[in-house]
Design a protein around this ligand. Structure first.
Ligand code: IOT
Ligand code: MG
Ligand code: MG
Length: 509
């Protein structure tokens, strides 16, 4: 399907036994809103969809079941083979609905995609994330009324003045300072009873714990083929835009995307007045013949956009926010029509690229730790580019790519003194040698984000040793403004949060 954006990029749903109103929709994701109301036999199911023109394609109804889907599937072809021929399954929502009819909630174990879904049937509401929870999903369950949304801020109005707000949800993370709201875990379908508001979680995916021995040729061949399929599924027949640093991860995606695009691929790099990777990205753009652009964001502007990064990601992890801030600034600077954006984000997690670790036990410990702790960080959220109306997707976190990369034995990830060896080797025929061997540089380093955020705090009087803690406090402070209190990010100033935190740290010295 040649679509720039999925049919819906976000939703707020309400499943109710009786009457009452669903809360008004509040989203950071840009797009038109469409209301859907489905009267089912045992419940009323209302939804507001964030969409870009064909909201009907994100809704499916058959008999007493209604479903909404934000996002998209990447294994449509294999899923279609599971259905009797002749059915009406033009859209991803219809496909998931048809699979629900056959497999019930186990349908979600079959999907490779980037989505959040809500399905109402009988007295039940099913809330499902993709394997990676890459489209965040939150719920506020109460007896007789269950709400769910792809952004916390859409549920906040419903928590006001209605104690006791919500029910505890087993295994689900609570949201900071928003009583009753829980995040649906990654790779999970929550089976909620609308009558009681109780939830039973079912895991639909987990990262492998075992490791597989493969020959060099077999491993590199599998990586190349699997990643190629993941990139192809994500280009959707359009000319995608690849956000390109010139590192092996994004350059590999760009090379594979170029092979599946008619005409030149679009590539885009960001830098600041303090640091950039422009020269390295240009080598790749020239090699691939892409239509390449560079965007320079002044460092003061970059730091000033912290409220946007937190508003979009709804994350309170200060390290993650440092990775997401330069990307937020990049997406916000990308004016013009909606784009389908491919990134190299996430490659460093299954391959332990961030850790610069050459000892195999420590490297595999890092992989196991990072694969056990990504949930709830929201680093893959589509809202980051969604605030500017774009759709982003990350081929390295394709379910098949992860199922291949995570279990590779550590000696294939670090080999001949090279980090991410298996990926570099798999891509070596498609990219210039200097790109294939280029050492890793994180986006927070290449843009100077980490160092300029540190400097901002030290200039405000925060001692060196307290900088990381202060960053965490600043992020929480801003989260409380733009998510919990619902202030627009344009009205929240990074500098105010920094000075408050610096003053608070001084008091407690
Ligand atoms: P890094 O791998 O440097 O960048 C992530 C992606 O952002 C790149 O693949 C590229 O698509 C885009 N990007 C980076 N820099 C630029 C730039 N200057 N211009 C345009 N696009 C750019 C951090 C990191 O190292 O980023 N992310 C890690 C994972 C974080 C750890 N998370 C965790 N343990 N849960 C990653 O794997 O991407
Ligand atoms: Mg990377
Ligand atoms: Mg990088």
């Amino acid at each position: 399907m040649a679509h720039t954006l999925p049919a819906a990029t976000g939703f707020l749903v309400s499943a109710r036994k009786g009457g009452g109103q669903a809360p008004g929709p509040v989203f950071a994701t840009r797009g038109a809103h469409e209301s859907v109301a489905e009267a089912l036999r045992n419940q009323t199911f209302d939804a507001v969809l964030v969409h870009s023109g064909s909201p009907g394609d994100a809704v499916a109804r058959a008999g007493d079941t209604a479903l909404v889907l934000a996002g998209e599937l990447y294994n449509r072809e294999e899923l279609l083979t599971l259905l009797p021929s002749g059915g009406d399954v033009r859209t991803d929502a219809q496909l998931v609905l048809a699979l629900l009819g056959i497999y019930d909630l186990h349908a979600f174990r079959l999907l490779n995609g980037r989505f959040a879904a809500a399905a109402a049937l009988g007295d039940r509401l099913l809330l499902a994330t993709d394997h990676a929870g890459s489209v965040p999903l939150y719920t506020l369950p109460a007896p007789g009324r269950v709400l769910a949304a792809t952004e916390i801020k859409a549920l906040v109005p419903a928590t006001a003045g209605t104690p006791p707000a919500g029910r505890p949800v087993a295994d689900a993370r609570r949201v900071r300072r928003v009583p009753g709201v829980h995040q649906v875990p990654a790779g999970t379908v929550l089976d909620l009873d609308v009558r009681t508001g109780t939830a039973v979680p079912h895991r639909t995916w987990a990262p492998a714990l075992s490791r597989r021995v493969r020959s060099e040729a077999d491993a590199t061949d599998a990586v190349r083929r699997t990643l190629e399929r993941a990139v192809e599924a994500r280009t959707g027949g359009t000319t995608p835009l690849v956000v390109l640093s010139g590192g092996i991860d994004s350059s590999g995606v760009a090379a594979l995307a170029a092979a599946h695009t008619d005409g030149p691929l679009d590539t885009l790099s960001m830098g600041t007045d303090t640091a950039n990777e422009f020269a390295e990205a240009r080598v790749v753009a020239t090699h691939l013949g892409s239509a390449h652009r560079e965007i320079t964001v002044p460092t003061a502007d970059l730091l000033g956009q912290l409220p946007y990064a937190i508003w979009a990601s709804e994350s309170v992890d200060p390290d993650i926010i440092e990775y997401l801030l330069p990307l937020t600034a990049l997406y916000r600077a990308l004016d013009g029509p909606a784009r389908r954006i491919l990134t190299g984000y996430g490659a460093d997690i299954p391959l332990a690229g961030m850790h610069r670790e050459d000892r195999l036990p420590q490297l595999d410990t890092a992989v196991a730790f990072d694969m056990a702790t990504f949930d709830g960080l929201n680093e893959m959220t589509p809202v980051l580019s969604g605030i500017q109306g774009h759709w982003s997707t990350h081929p390295y976190w394709d379910r098949d790519v992860l199922d291949l990369l995570v279990p590779l034995e550590a000696g294939l990830k670090r080999r001949y003194g090279r980090d991410k060896w298996v990926l570099r080797e798999a891509m070596s025929a498609l990219l210039p040698q200097e790109t294939v061997t280029r050492p890793k540089l994180g986006v927070h380093e290449g843009s100077g984000t980490t160092s300029s955020f540190s400097l901002l705090l030290m200039d405000a009087g925060v001692p060196d040793a307290d900088v990381h803690r202060a960053k965490s406090l600043v992020v929480r402070e801003i989260f409380d403004r733009v998510v919990v209190e619902g202030l627009p990010p344009a009205e929240v100033r990074t500098a105010d949060a920094v000075h408050q935190v610096a003053a608070r740290l001084k008091e407690t010295e």
